[in-house]
Design a protein around this ligand. Structure first.
Ligand code: ISJ
Length: 114
């Protein structure tokens, strides 16, 4: 069924319009992906400073109680925003796992050399 509601081969004009809409959506997706990269870079610059503080003061790289609070908060935000909370949690855990790996590396390399 074409956009005009008829069965059979899609009309050229409908396909052209669909391509135009696709292009517009993709431009927005590219903008959002760029924002995500910048936000993640900003987040990692802060977690890097947290890693240095922890290493300098002998604090453990991971803080499971803090992570639990963050996950509960994010699940609730995701739910309110219409995003799958299970996906939001998995995404958060993926990022936090990488942060903890950085913190462990900073600790082993010595905070001063990081
Ligand atoms: C950044 C921290 O270190 C770890 C990484 C976290 C994060 O990426 O949000 C949260 C808790 C810690 O396991 C922290 O303790 O705040």
């Amino acid at each position: 069924m074409s956009a005009s509601g008829h069965a059979g081969a899609p009309r050229e004009a409908d396909v052209a319009r669909a391509r135009e809409l696709l292009g517009e959506e993709r431009r927005s997706i590219d903008n959002i992906d760029a924002a995500l990269v910048h936000l993640l870079a900003e987040r990692f610059s802060h977690t890097q400073r947290v890693g240095l503080l922890k290493a300098e003061h002998g604090l453990p790289p991971a803080d499971p109680a803090r992570e639990q609070q963050q996950i509960e908060r994010l699940r609730s935000l995701a739910d309110a925003a219409g995003l799958d909370p299970t996906f939001a949690e998995a995404f958060m855990r993926f990022i936090v796992t990488e942060v903890i790996r950085h913190h462990e590396r900073i600790r082993h390399e010595g905070a001063a050399g990081a």
